[in-house]
Design a protein around this ligand. Structure first.
Ligand SMILES: NC(=O)c1ccc[n+]([C@@H]2O[C@H](COP(=O)([O-])OP(=O)(O)OC[C@H]3O[C@@H](n4cnc5c(N)ncnc54)[C@H](O)[C@@H]3O)[C@@H](O)[C@H]2O)c1
Length: 271
Protein backbone atom coordinates (compact mmCIF):
# COMPACT_ATOMS: atom_id res chain seq x y z
CA UNK A 1 0.00 0.00 0.00
CA UNK A 2 1.22 3.51 -0.81
CA UNK A 3 2.13 5.84 2.04
CA UNK A 4 0.22 9.05 2.75
CA UNK A 5 2.84 11.20 0.99
CA UNK A 6 4.12 8.60 -1.47
CA UNK A 7 6.65 10.08 -3.92
CA UNK A 8 6.23 13.64 -2.62
CA UNK A 9 9.31 15.77 -1.95
CA UNK A 10 9.51 17.58 1.39
CA UNK A 11 11.85 19.97 3.18
CA UNK A 12 11.57 19.66 6.98
CA UNK A 13 13.36 22.24 9.15
CA UNK A 14 14.55 21.70 12.70
CA UNK A 15 15.09 18.12 11.56
CA UNK A 16 18.03 17.35 13.80
CA UNK A 17 16.07 16.71 16.99
CA UNK A 18 12.70 16.15 18.65
CA UNK A 19 9.65 16.81 16.50
CA UNK A 20 11.60 17.53 13.30
CA UNK A 21 13.47 14.23 13.51
CA UNK A 22 10.24 12.34 14.24
CA UNK A 23 8.66 14.05 11.20
CA UNK A 24 11.52 13.10 8.85
CA UNK A 25 11.25 9.46 9.94
CA UNK A 26 7.44 9.40 9.66
CA UNK A 27 7.27 11.22 6.29
CA UNK A 28 9.89 8.79 4.91
CA UNK A 29 7.90 5.82 6.26
CA UNK A 30 4.98 7.23 4.28
CA UNK A 31 6.96 7.37 1.03
CA UNK A 32 8.22 10.96 0.96
CA UNK A 33 11.69 11.99 -0.21
CA UNK A 34 12.93 14.36 2.46
CA UNK A 35 15.54 17.08 2.89
CA UNK A 36 16.35 17.13 6.62
CA UNK A 37 17.41 20.73 7.35
CA UNK A 38 18.83 21.92 10.66
CA UNK A 39 21.20 24.59 11.95
CA UNK A 40 23.11 21.70 13.51
CA UNK A 41 24.60 19.99 10.42
CA UNK A 42 25.74 16.88 12.29
CA UNK A 43 22.30 16.26 13.80
CA UNK A 44 20.60 16.79 10.43
CA UNK A 45 23.01 14.25 8.94
CA UNK A 46 22.25 11.79 11.76
CA UNK A 47 18.50 12.14 11.11
CA UNK A 48 18.98 11.49 7.38
CA UNK A 49 21.10 8.43 8.18
CA UNK A 50 18.40 7.12 10.56
CA UNK A 51 15.79 7.52 7.82
CA UNK A 52 18.02 5.80 5.27
CA UNK A 53 18.70 2.93 7.68
CA UNK A 54 14.93 2.43 7.94
CA UNK A 55 14.69 2.25 4.12
CA UNK A 56 13.72 5.90 3.58
CA UNK A 57 14.97 8.44 1.05
CA UNK A 58 16.49 11.41 2.89
CA UNK A 59 19.38 13.84 2.51
CA UNK A 60 20.65 16.43 4.99
CA UNK A 61 21.57 20.09 4.76
CA UNK A 62 22.79 22.63 7.31
CA UNK A 63 20.28 25.49 7.35
CA UNK A 64 19.57 28.53 9.51
CA UNK A 65 15.90 29.34 8.94
CA UNK A 66 16.50 32.93 10.09
CA UNK A 67 18.64 33.45 6.96
CA UNK A 68 16.56 33.56 3.76
CA UNK A 69 19.50 32.51 1.56
CA UNK A 70 20.03 29.45 3.73
CA UNK A 71 16.34 28.49 3.41
CA UNK A 72 16.49 29.01 -0.36
CA UNK A 73 19.48 26.62 -0.39
CA UNK A 74 17.41 23.95 1.42
CA UNK A 75 14.68 24.20 -1.23
CA UNK A 76 17.35 24.14 -3.98
CA UNK A 77 18.71 20.97 -2.37
CA UNK A 78 15.28 19.31 -2.71
CA UNK A 79 15.20 20.19 -6.41
CA UNK A 80 18.79 19.05 -6.93
CA UNK A 81 18.36 15.76 -5.04
CA UNK A 82 14.76 14.86 -5.90
CA UNK A 83 13.74 17.08 -8.85
CA UNK A 84 10.96 19.17 -7.26
CA UNK A 85 9.25 20.33 -4.06
CA UNK A 86 5.76 19.39 -2.87
CA UNK A 87 5.88 20.13 0.87
CA UNK A 88 7.68 22.42 3.28
CA UNK A 89 7.33 21.75 6.99
CA UNK A 90 8.53 24.89 8.83
CA UNK A 91 9.23 23.24 12.15
CA UNK A 92 12.41 24.84 13.55
CA UNK A 93 11.74 26.90 16.66
CA UNK A 94 13.41 28.08 19.86
CA UNK A 95 12.53 29.93 23.04
CA UNK A 96 14.43 32.33 25.25
CA UNK A 97 16.95 30.49 27.39
CA UNK A 98 15.34 29.29 30.61
CA UNK A 99 17.03 30.13 33.91
CA UNK A 100 18.54 26.86 35.21
CA UNK A 101 16.46 25.53 38.08
CA UNK A 102 13.92 28.36 37.75
CA UNK A 103 12.28 27.68 34.39
CA UNK A 104 11.07 30.18 31.84
CA UNK A 105 12.17 33.80 32.08
CA UNK A 106 9.63 36.57 32.66
CA UNK A 107 9.30 39.03 29.81
CA UNK A 108 11.04 41.77 31.80
CA UNK A 109 14.12 39.56 32.22
CA UNK A 110 14.53 38.85 28.48
CA UNK A 111 17.47 40.55 26.75
CA UNK A 112 16.89 42.38 23.43
CA UNK A 113 19.35 40.18 21.51
CA UNK A 114 17.80 36.89 22.62
CA UNK A 115 14.30 38.23 21.98
CA UNK A 116 15.31 39.25 18.45
CA UNK A 117 16.76 35.81 17.78
CA UNK A 118 13.56 34.04 18.94
CA UNK A 119 11.49 36.32 16.72
CA UNK A 120 13.83 35.78 13.76
CA UNK A 121 13.76 31.99 14.05
CA UNK A 122 10.12 31.46 15.05
CA UNK A 123 8.42 34.10 12.88
CA UNK A 124 10.81 35.00 10.05
CA UNK A 125 11.97 31.41 9.73
CA UNK A 126 8.38 30.36 8.95
CA UNK A 127 7.94 33.31 6.58
CA UNK A 128 11.19 32.68 4.68
CA UNK A 129 10.43 28.96 4.39
CA UNK A 130 6.97 29.68 3.03
CA UNK A 131 8.27 32.27 0.54
CA UNK A 132 10.93 29.89 -0.76
CA UNK A 133 8.40 27.07 -1.13
CA UNK A 134 5.78 29.24 -2.89
CA UNK A 135 8.39 30.48 -5.39
CA UNK A 136 9.32 26.88 -6.19
CA UNK A 137 5.66 25.76 -6.40
CA UNK A 138 5.00 28.63 -8.85
CA UNK A 139 8.05 27.72 -10.94
CA UNK A 140 6.83 24.14 -11.19
CA UNK A 141 3.31 25.27 -12.16
CA UNK A 142 4.68 27.58 -14.89
CA UNK A 143 6.77 24.67 -16.23
CA UNK A 144 3.69 22.44 -16.39
CA UNK A 145 5.05 20.20 -13.63
CA UNK A 146 1.89 20.23 -11.49
CA UNK A 147 0.32 23.03 -9.50
CA UNK A 148 -0.04 23.62 -5.79
CA UNK A 149 1.85 22.41 -2.75
CA UNK A 150 1.53 22.08 1.00
CA UNK A 151 2.99 24.30 3.70
CA UNK A 152 2.78 23.24 7.33
CA UNK A 153 4.39 25.04 10.26
CA UNK A 154 4.85 24.15 13.90
CA UNK A 155 3.04 26.74 16.00
CA UNK A 156 2.07 25.73 19.56
CA UNK A 157 -0.84 25.82 21.99
CA UNK A 158 1.19 28.79 23.24
CA UNK A 159 0.02 30.57 20.09
CA UNK A 160 -3.63 29.90 20.96
CA UNK A 161 -3.70 30.79 24.66
CA UNK A 162 -1.47 32.19 27.39
CA UNK A 163 0.95 29.30 27.96
CA UNK A 164 4.70 28.75 27.99
CA UNK A 165 6.19 32.24 28.13
CA UNK A 166 5.11 35.64 26.80
CA UNK A 167 7.62 36.22 24.02
CA UNK A 168 7.49 32.61 22.80
CA UNK A 169 3.67 32.65 22.80
CA UNK A 170 3.69 35.92 20.88
CA UNK A 171 5.88 34.42 18.14
CA UNK A 172 3.67 31.33 17.92
CA UNK A 173 0.55 33.52 17.83
CA UNK A 174 2.16 35.21 14.82
CA UNK A 175 2.58 31.81 13.15
CA UNK A 176 -1.11 31.04 13.81
CA UNK A 177 -2.24 34.28 12.16
CA UNK A 178 0.32 33.96 9.34
CA UNK A 179 -1.13 30.54 8.58
CA UNK A 180 -4.65 31.91 8.16
CA UNK A 181 -3.64 34.98 6.15
CA UNK A 182 -1.29 33.11 3.81
CA UNK A 183 -3.85 30.33 3.30
CA UNK A 184 -6.25 32.92 1.89
CA UNK A 185 -3.60 34.60 -0.25
CA UNK A 186 -2.42 31.44 -2.02
CA UNK A 187 -5.61 29.33 -2.04
CA UNK A 188 -6.25 30.21 -5.69
CA UNK A 189 -2.92 28.65 -6.62
CA UNK A 190 -3.83 25.33 -5.00
CA UNK A 191 -1.31 25.87 -2.22
CA UNK A 192 -2.57 24.79 1.21
CA UNK A 193 -1.21 26.37 4.41
CA UNK A 194 -1.78 24.84 7.83
CA UNK A 195 -0.08 24.58 11.22
CA UNK A 196 0.12 22.13 14.09
CA UNK A 197 -0.15 23.40 17.66
CA UNK A 198 1.41 20.92 20.08
CA UNK A 199 1.29 21.13 23.85
CA UNK A 200 4.46 20.27 25.79
CA UNK A 201 6.59 17.44 24.37
CA UNK A 202 9.71 16.05 26.01
CA UNK A 203 12.42 17.10 23.52
CA UNK A 204 15.54 19.25 23.74
CA UNK A 205 13.29 22.34 23.58
CA UNK A 206 13.86 24.90 26.37
CA UNK A 207 16.74 22.94 27.87
CA UNK A 208 14.72 19.77 28.52
CA UNK A 209 16.42 16.39 28.31
CA UNK A 210 14.51 13.58 26.59
CA UNK A 211 17.15 11.13 27.84
CA UNK A 212 16.73 12.20 31.44
CA UNK A 213 16.78 9.45 34.06
CA UNK A 214 13.51 11.02 35.27
CA UNK A 215 11.91 10.67 31.84
CA UNK A 216 9.00 8.47 32.97
CA UNK A 217 8.11 10.80 35.84
CA UNK A 218 8.30 13.88 33.57
CA UNK A 219 6.08 12.24 30.93
CA UNK A 220 3.57 11.21 33.58
CA UNK A 221 3.42 14.72 34.95
CA UNK A 222 3.09 16.22 31.42
CA UNK A 223 0.25 13.79 30.71
CA UNK A 224 -1.66 14.83 33.83
CA UNK A 225 -2.00 18.34 32.34
CA UNK A 226 -4.14 16.99 29.48
CA UNK A 227 -7.73 15.69 29.57
CA UNK A 228 -6.64 12.55 27.69
CA UNK A 229 -4.02 11.97 30.40
CA UNK A 230 -1.07 11.16 28.10
CA UNK A 231 2.03 13.22 27.31
CA UNK A 232 2.27 14.43 23.71
CA UNK A 233 4.93 12.47 21.83
CA UNK A 234 6.82 14.11 18.93
CA UNK A 235 5.37 11.40 16.68
CA UNK A 236 1.82 12.47 17.65
CA UNK A 237 2.51 15.95 16.33
CA UNK A 238 4.42 14.65 13.30
CA UNK A 239 1.33 12.54 12.48
CA UNK A 240 -0.88 15.63 12.45
CA UNK A 241 1.60 17.41 10.17
CA UNK A 242 1.72 14.34 7.90
CA UNK A 243 -2.07 14.31 7.59
CA UNK A 244 -2.16 18.04 6.77
CA UNK A 245 0.49 17.55 4.05
CA UNK A 246 -1.27 14.54 2.55
CA UNK A 247 -4.02 14.39 -0.07
CA UNK A 248 -6.41 13.29 2.72
CA UNK A 249 -6.37 16.98 3.70
CA UNK A 250 -6.79 18.26 0.13
CA UNK A 251 -9.73 20.48 1.11
CA UNK A 252 -8.24 21.75 4.37
CA UNK A 253 -6.35 25.04 4.56
CA UNK A 254 -5.82 27.82 7.11
CA UNK A 255 -6.23 25.58 10.17
CA UNK A 256 -4.11 25.58 13.32
CA UNK A 257 -4.60 22.05 14.60
CA UNK A 258 -4.03 21.50 18.33
CA UNK A 259 -2.18 18.31 19.26
CA UNK A 260 -2.72 18.68 22.95
CA UNK A 261 -4.66 15.78 24.46
CA UNK A 262 -7.71 18.03 24.76
CA UNK A 263 -5.95 20.84 26.67
CA UNK A 264 -7.30 23.62 24.45
CA UNK A 265 -10.84 22.22 24.55
CA UNK A 266 -11.32 23.39 28.11
CA UNK A 267 -11.79 21.59 31.40
CA UNK A 268 -14.50 19.84 33.36
CA UNK A 269 -16.89 22.08 35.24
CA UNK A 270 -15.67 22.38 38.81
CA UNK A 271 -12.27 20.81 37.97
N1 LIG B 1 8.77 20.60 22.91
C1 LIG B 1 7.68 21.31 23.22
O1 LIG B 1 7.18 21.30 24.36
C2 LIG B 1 7.01 22.13 22.15
C3 LIG B 1 5.67 22.50 22.33
C4 LIG B 1 5.04 23.26 21.35
C5 LIG B 1 5.74 23.62 20.19
N2 LIG B 1 7.06 23.25 20.05
C6 LIG B 1 7.73 23.63 18.82
O2 LIG B 1 8.12 22.44 18.16
C7 LIG B 1 9.18 22.75 17.25
C8 LIG B 1 10.27 21.71 17.37
O3 LIG B 1 10.85 21.80 18.67
P1 LIG B 1 11.30 20.51 19.49
O4 LIG B 1 10.40 20.40 20.64
O5 LIG B 1 11.50 19.37 18.58
O6 LIG B 1 12.70 21.05 20.07
P2 LIG B 1 14.21 20.58 19.80
O7 LIG B 1 15.03 21.61 20.48
O8 LIG B 1 14.38 19.16 20.21
O9 LIG B 1 14.40 20.68 18.22
C9 LIG B 1 14.49 21.92 17.55
C10 LIG B 1 15.46 21.76 16.39
O10 LIG B 1 15.48 23.02 15.67
C11 LIG B 1 16.81 23.30 15.35
N3 LIG B 1 16.97 24.73 15.14
C12 LIG B 1 17.02 25.69 16.10
N4 LIG B 1 17.20 26.89 15.50
C13 LIG B 1 17.26 26.67 14.17
C14 LIG B 1 17.45 27.51 13.06
N5 LIG B 1 17.64 28.84 13.21
N6 LIG B 1 17.44 26.96 11.83
C15 LIG B 1 17.27 25.62 11.68
N7 LIG B 1 17.13 24.78 12.70
C16 LIG B 1 17.11 25.30 13.94
C17 LIG B 1 17.62 22.78 16.53
O11 LIG B 1 18.99 22.61 16.18
C18 LIG B 1 16.90 21.49 16.85
O12 LIG B 1 17.44 20.42 16.10
C19 LIG B 1 9.59 24.18 17.58
O13 LIG B 1 9.00 25.06 16.65
C20 LIG B 1 9.01 24.41 18.96
O14 LIG B 1 8.78 25.77 19.21
C21 LIG B 1 7.69 22.50 21.00
Amino acid sequence: MDGLVQGKVAVITGAGSGLGRAAVLLFCEHGAKVVAADINDANAEETAKMAQAAGGDAVAIGCDVADPASVDAAVAKAVEAFGRLDIIYNNAGITVNPIPGKGLKSLVDCEPEEMKRVEDVNINGVIYGSQAAIRQFEKQAEAGQGSGGAIVSTASVAGLMGYGGVLYGTTKGAVVQFTRALAIEVAGKGIRVNAVCPAGMLTHYAGMDPDSEHKDRILESMGKAHPLGKAIEPRDTASAALFLCSDLASNITGVNLPVDGGLFAGRKTGA
